[in-house]
Design a protein around this ligand. Structure first.
Ligand SMILES: *Cc1c(COP(=O)(O)O)cnc(C)c1O
Length: 407
């Protein structure tokens, strides 16, 4: 396998850095992975891709490892794209879809990014990794680190959903709870670096998680026969997926693989309980201020400061998109709406996309016949405390009044 990576490029000032060696950030800001896209086009065809197994690795030439032997895999991707006729009708949309990421390893799309980061760490001979996490990234890192035989250290807020705590511990990671938010967890990873010599796989602090999340965009394009939808609604925390998808679409466009010039309008969806990107967008800023007192049951979105804030803002603006903060109190309602109308296991983060769709249709920003896709980033089953509901309890042999249900 020849890798097609040419270099890494600073997202903040365009400085080129060498690939093929361990890199982190440049001037405390993220790096892009750049490819020789002409060579990719000459060596990979759509027909080849379509014949490969349905995992993220079907886009091998657009992914960074030098050697196939480096790949650490749990069979991640390709997630289903499902049309939501009933939910769409409820929202006033005739062409509404979900890309359902709930079926990926560890139950969220974090597996795409962490698969790639751990694969590259493995390629560089790294044996110890660490991460600050709002929950699911830690779970995914712990799983892939276990798969690679690496040592894993995870720092998460003390009120992170229980399943995230347990899944990391079960995978053999050293897990620490922190009285604070994800940025406070990040401080521990930084502080331990010198003594522990671990590699920090924080969101966008290494270049490869974006490349993993990019595959969400590659899959979407392929599943829609290389024509992109009009609008993409994305539950945004650190923004890796939004940024990664936009990168994917631009790479495909440059390769001439898209059948239409139509690029989607990218929409940041957040809860009003933690909406730093929405606030920055509304204020016309490229960099976002720290969001004080961040609180939301959509724990994956509880990211008060994002190191890739300017990349998120650039994506939204370049694409003609927007940013929407939805009512925190209605998140559970939107989860139940999606689950009961369509059977899709929509987590609280993705529920913000359902709320955003409702709002943007009402505002006329989305037209009823536009093709709209949202990402169901994680399975609702990872949030039993949010799903919890009172159910009737029967005593043995108890008589039930069936007439209440009619016939
Ligand atoms: C991490 C996470 C998000 C946010 O994803 P980013 O790409 O980092 O913005 C959304 N939902 C869930 C379930 C997550 O775990």
């Amino acid at each position: 396998m020849t890798a097609y990576v040419t270099h890494l490029e600073s997202a903040i000032d365009g400085t080129h850095l060498e690939a093929g060696t361990i890199q982190t950030m440049h001037n405390d800001r993220p790096l892009w992975v750049r490819y020789d896209l002409d060579a990719v086009r000459d060596n990979m065809t759509k027909e080849m891709v379509q014949q490969r197994p349905a995992t993220i690795w079907r886009y091998r030439e657009l992914l960074p490892p030098e050697n196939d032997a480096s790949i650490v895999s749990l069979g991640e991707g390709m997630s289903p794209i499902l049309q939501l006729t009933r939910l769409g009708q409820h929202l006033g949309l005739s062409d509404f879809w979900v890309k359902d990421e709930s079926q990926l390893p560890t139950g969220t799309f974090k597996s795409r990014g962490l698969c790639m980061a751990v694969t590259m760490a493995h390629e560089f001979g790294i044996e110890r990794v660490a991460i600050p996490t709002a929950g699911n990234a830690g779970g995914a890192m712990a799983a892939y680190a276990a798969r690679a035989g690496m040592e894993a250290y995870v720092f998460m807020p003390a009120d992170t959903p229980a399943i995230n705590q347990y899944e990391c511990a079960m995978a053999g990671a050293h897990v620490y709870l922190v009285n604070g938010l994800i940025n406070d967890c990040g401080a521990f990873v930084k502080a331990g670096q010198a003594d522990m010599g671990w590699f920090d796989v924080s969101t966008l602090k290494e270049p490869y998680r974006i490349e993993g999340k990019k595959t969400m965009g590659l899959e979407l394009a392929e599943q829609f026969n290389w024509e992109l939808p009009d609008v993409i609604l994305y539950p945004t925390g650190g923004g890796t997926g939004l940024i990664g998808m936009w990168k994917a679409f631009n790479e495909l466009r440059e390769m001439g693989w898209l059948n239409s010039e139509n690029m989607p309008r990218m929409v940041v969806c957040q809860s009003e309980g933690c909406a730093p990107m929405v606030r920055a967008f509304e204020q016309g800023e490229r960099f976002a201020d720290f969001f004080e007192n961040a609180a939301t049951i959509a724990s994956g979105l509880r990211v008060p400061a994002a190191v890739g804030d300017f990349m998120i803002m650039d994506t939204v603006r370049e694409s003609g998109g927007t940013a929407v903060a939805v009512e925190e109190a209605r998140i559970r309602e939107w989860m139940a709406l999606a689950a009961s109308l369509e059977g899709v296991s929509v987590g609280p983060e993705a529920a913000t996309c359902v709320g955003a769709a409702e709002q943007l249709v009402a505002d006329g920003w989305i037209k009823p016949d536009e093709r709209v896709v949202f990402y169901n980033c994680g399975a609702s089953q990872k949030y039993p405390h949010v799903m919890a509901t009172e159910l009737p309890l029967l005593e043995k042999g108890q008589a039930i009044d069936w007439s209440q249900f009619g016939r």
